[in-house]
Design a protein around this ligand. Sequence first.
Ligand code: GLY
Ligand code: MN
Length: 435
Amino acid sequence: MVKYIMLVLLIPLSSLFCLDCSTYAARREAVREHLGPSSVMIIFTSPVVIRNGDVEYEWRPDSDYWYLTRHPEPKSCLILTSNHSDIICNQFTQELLFTRPRNPHIEVWTGKRLGIKGVKSTLNLNYVTTTDSLKYYLDEILPQVDTLFLNRRIPKDECNIPDFLIDMIANGTFEVLFAGEIILPLRHIKSQNEITLLKKAVTITGHGLEQAIRRVKPGLTENQIEATIEFIFREEGSKRTGFPSIIGSGPNSTILHYTKNDRLMHKGDMLLMDVGAEYQMYTADITRTIPVSGKFTEEQEELYLYVLEAQKLAFDSVRVGMTLMDLHKIAKRYLDNVGFGQYFIHFIGHWLGLDAHDAGSYKSEIQVGTVFTIEPGIYISYNDTTADEKYRGIGIRIEDDILMTEDGPILLSKNILKDVKDIEALMRRRPKRRM
Ligand code: GLY
Ligand code: MN
């Protein structure tokens, strides 16, 4: 009987777990299918960066590395060769992951490491060794290689590629190509599981924004609103933001990537909140712009409605096969026609996924399974003499997240209010307790 109960308990857990592992294995297989017989791909995870003293900045795995491994530890890398590889090196075939060794002394301070055994059993990778043997393997492998794919552009990117590999590349006879050429098209189309995570990220982001909209009033600082939003994110299971929250009031609303968030807000300001909860590594990216007083002025409302209409026109045009550039032109043409096109100073949007600005170029096509933002804006700096004085100091962006499906585009963030009357009504519903 006990055995039977154990079995019933174990079946759903193990099948879930296997599904997970097989997703990552299938992604590696898909990458290997694109490699030639004498090609090798090395994917490094993100470097650890010292903040001050012996404190580090928060570490997050590199998105490509995560996409292929789900391995959550720094100082690691993955080597892949073709499914039809000619390369011979010990018993290594096709997949080799390097991880930090177990270390009981360090683990007392920073927590348990998976080690070789842990990676093998939890991530279902067969050939795993420690990072300190990377040079030994590369000495064997690289002389057999005609093309090396790397997820860092040398020397352009700040990267954690070891010096010995930089030397090997300088002296090697092989060509070095960007691994993104193979991985990014795969990441461009999201699976059902990825879409589920993105939807959750959007829902959490919406809850954070709703609380913030209800709390905003003159006399609070941008930081306090940032705290309200990120409190909800953590409460609802988001480990971190997908990018630093942009909470810009008054003149700061016209600064596209403003992140200081330390100004005191005043009646008459607009407040632009561009935020995204990251949920299990997938991020939302949503912007709402509201009047700090709770009521749009005539000028604020006029510009807000232009941005809203530009976004609606772009969204209503979305079709499979279009590019983000096509959407950009639609929004820009409208804003030009109403006389404010010159103040729309960035691109209409970007792909969304593991990264806020996710894999895929602006020339990539919208396809079933792609997720992207549409985020037109008008930004009139407080000292911009090309604009009528009454518009100066107003920055407005409205950003939503869109999923393309077989049945057309879906506005994932449709529940996050953005009509003028809805925002004003929500701002009248003050939160019951201080958040
Ligand atoms: N959320 C910031 C950006 O899209 O650039
Ligand atoms: Mn964005």
